[in-house]
Design a protein around this ligand. Structure first.
Ligand code: GDP
Ligand code: MN
Length: 507
């Protein structure tokens, strides 16, 4: 909306909106205090829930420890749940909020975030998506760095060589799971730097360095269990805020897929506060219910996760939910092709991600909801960063854990077995000739990706690149670029699409 319209919308909502509540001022750092990559914010809010959550997700510190505040060099974050006291209508499920008048606004030129009417998630913990992605992506473009929707992990091979990778997947596509993975390959180790956001910058030696600007995990609870993510389960044992989960009569929490039978005689209360029992048609926990826990409680945090200089990134991975056609992993031919691969990302939306039914949605760089400026210029910024990176540019990969067979079953076991893919990526980073060329990119040669001990998993199914599928994909992408980027699409990216079309014709 135009600035005058925004000003009107703010004036309609904010005067008197905190009446009867306490105003909290929360000074915080995104990134380790004093890191050259860190940034400071100040959030005003009338929600004690938000204050408690911000103390986990960001580094809240006294103003004296945040000199940027006094210099005026900070992001202004204004938040109200929009329900002055006394209430004129009863609360629904104890949540003060004003859904009909919710407004989440960003003013990048003024480094300002204005949020009204919502008390949950990224709408109210303003350091996360609003600051660390939307505002930061704009700062990053102005200043020559990258603010990305990426996890960061360290992976160590059996010989002890350690590499760091950053990976962008759309929401609900496995960032938190990959970042905390327990490898199913003997001798390999994965350590976590961050599970959602990466700020990255080339250092004086031309190495891409990344920090996790956050200090906590705000993870989806349903499906989290000792079997799927034991490290997350260990992380959330204490000092954790659970939101919209179910409760047990012995004081515990409960959700779908927790895989833990509570003691006999336990009774349940659903996230709506109603009595609930196993087998009820409605879930006990909301599908988007969350845990909010300090990162330092995760047993596999990387020793360098708070290093102010960041960790050196050896590979970048893009990915999404693609039930068919897109191989388990492929490598881009070069940086420019990698930028094209990122721009072409699509993913199947699931119920957990707010959409009903299954549809393939475009989500370039997993940033569609988070671009802080023109998306075409964002692609141009990535291309320009490639010029800056010089000889040490990390190679770019695309992964897809979500291939399905005709009956709808996953073709790939995923989770800890994704370490097999990381292992191949590490060998490519080390310069190993273990790839073969296809029109879409480089895939592992047969035998180069360890499929040992995985009965029923076939190389042919995982790495098929079909011409009709990819011709449809290219056509679809052309239409998307035209409609959503228009003349802002960098020439180089269109050139990569044309080159793909040409390679497909020669197939
Ligand atoms: P995030 O929102 O990107 O952090 O995604 P999460 O790590 O929270 O995972 C979202 C959903 O994807 C959960 O239901 C996970 O169980 C599921 N998931 C994560 N990794 C895999 C995988 O490798 N294979 C399959 N089939 N599902 C996965
Ligand atoms: Mn996550």
């Amino acid at each position: 909306m135009s600035p005058p319209e925004l000003e009107r919308a703010v004036q309609e909502r904010f005067p008197g909106c905190m009446q009867g509540r306490t105003l909290y001022a929360v000074p915080f750092s995104m990134g380790p205090l004093g890191s050259p990559l860190a940034r400071v914010g100040l959030q005003l809010t009338d929600s004690p829930y938000v204050v408690a959550s911000m103390r986990i997700m960001t580094r809240v510190a006294p103003p004296a420890q945040l000199p940027a505040l006094a210099r005026g060099d900070f992001v202004q974050c204004l938040h109200s749940v929009g329900r002055p006291l006394p209430l004129t209508e009863p609360l629904v499920s104890q949540w003060p909020c004003d859904p009909a008048r919710t407004l989440i606004a960003h003013v990048p030129d003024q480094r300002r975030i204005i949020s009204f009417g919502s008390g949950y998630g990224g709408n109210s913990l303003l350091g996360k998506k609003c600051f660390a992605l939307r505002i930061a992506s704009r700062l990053a473009r102005d200043e020559g760095w990258l603010a990305e929707h990426m996890l960061i992990l360290g992976v160590t091979d059996p010989a002890g060589t350690k590499r760091y990778v950053a990976a962008a997947f759309p929401s609900a596509c496995g960032k938190t799971n990959l970042a905390m993975m327990t490898p199913a390959l003997p001798g390999w180790r994965v350590e976590c730097v961050g599970d959602d956001i990466a700020w990255m910058k080339f250092d004086a030696e031309g190495r891409l360095r990344a920090i996790n600007p956050e200090s906590g995990f705000f993870g989806v609870a349903p499906g989290t269990s000792h079997r799927t993510n034991p490290n997350a389960m260990a992380t959330i044992r204490s000092n954790t805020i659970f939101t919209n989960v179910g409760q047990t009569s012995d004081g515990g929490v409960y959700w779908e897929g927790i895989d833990q039978a509570p003691p006999p005689g336990t009774t349940f209360t659903s996230w709506l506060g109603q009595p609930w029992k196993p087998g009820d048609p409605q879930p006990c926990a909301h599908p988007n219910s969350r845990f909010c826990a300090p990162a330092k409680q995760c047993p596999i945090m990387d020793p360098k996760w708070e290093d102010p200089e960041g960790v050196p990134i050896d590979a970048i991975i893009f990915g999404g939910r693609r039930p068919e056609g897109v191989p388990l992993v492929y490598e881009a031919f070069n940086w420019r092709h990698g930028v094209f691969v990122g721009s072409a990302m699509r993913s199947e939306a699931t119920a957990a991600a707010e959409h009903t039914g299954r549809r393939l949605l475009h989500d370039p760089f997993a940033m569609r909801p988070f671009f802080g400026y023109n998306a075409g210029r964002y692609l141009a910024h990535w291309l320009a960063m490639g010029e800056r990176g010089g000889a040490r540019l990390p190679p770019i990969f695309h992964v897809n854990w979500f291939l399905r067979d005709a009956a709808g079953a996953f073709l790939w076991p995923g989770f800890g077995h994704n370490a097999r893919v990381l292992a191949w990526i590490c060998r490519r980073v080390a310069g190993e000739e273990s790839a073969r060329e296809t029109p879409v990119g480089l895939v592992p040669k047969e035998g180069a990706l360890d499929l040992g001990g995985l009965p029923g998993v076939s190389y042919g199914n995982l790495f098929a690149v079909g011409r009709p599928f990819w011709e449809r994909e290219a056509r679809e992408l052309r239409g998307y670029f035209q409609e959503h980027f228009g003349e802002d699409l960098p020439r180089e990216v269109m050139g990569e699409l044309e080159a793909l079309e040409q390679r497909l014709r020669k197939m």
